[in-house]
Design a protein around this ligand. Structure first.
Ligand code: CA
Length: 162
């Protein structure tokens, strides 16, 4: 499967018009067969006038990782609503840095000092021995470069729990 991003207007439409307010974030790491599914409920994604600010009311995590070492913290760590930032549009809450520019990718960044802890839209590691940089795909505490060969999936999708 190729990388694909639905687009913020469509994400807002699915949320606000189709009223899909459960957002699922799935991360699978191949080598240790760990899977993490974050289920966010009460999700609200605003329109362009809010810079597509995202908030939610609750999150639960389902994982088969029996020793998560505190890793895989919430990728929506800021108290919402958090606007979407891109490298050329800094809407994060970090007064000193442009998180999306640091990360080289867009996201609902909040703080990024010293680096964004979660950068799911960052560049993939390809060879396994590349330098670890903020512009690479990041999840809190996970040594992503170790998963370069077998990183299997990052996926977000809305679902209707009813
Ligand atoms: Ca900033």
């Amino acid at each position: 499967m190729r990388d694909f991003w639905l687009g913020l207007d469509k994400i807002h439409y699915l949320n606000a018009v189709a009223r899909l307010q459960q957002l699922n974030m799935v991360i699978n790491l191949g080598s240790d067969l760990n899977s993490y599914t974050f289920v966010y409920t009460g999700v609200v994604v605003g329109g362009a006038d809010t810079n597509y600010s995202l908030s939610y009311t609750d999150v639960t995590v389902v994982t088969n990782d029996t020793n998560p070492d505190g890793r895989f913290l919430n990728c929506f760590s800021g108290n919402g609503p958090v606007p979407f930032s891109t490298p050329d549009a800094d809407h994060d809450r970090d007064l000193n840095l442009n998180c999306a520019a640091e990360a080289g990718a867009g996201w609902w960044f909040s703080q990024c000092d010293p680096n964004p802890e979660c950068n799911p839209l960052g560049l993939h590691y390809v060879t396994g021995n590349e330098a670890v940089t903020p512009k690479r795909m990041r999840f809190n505490g996970v040594e992503m470069q170790k998963h370069a060969y077998d990183f299997t999936l990052f996926r977000m999708y809305f679902s209707d729990p009813y």
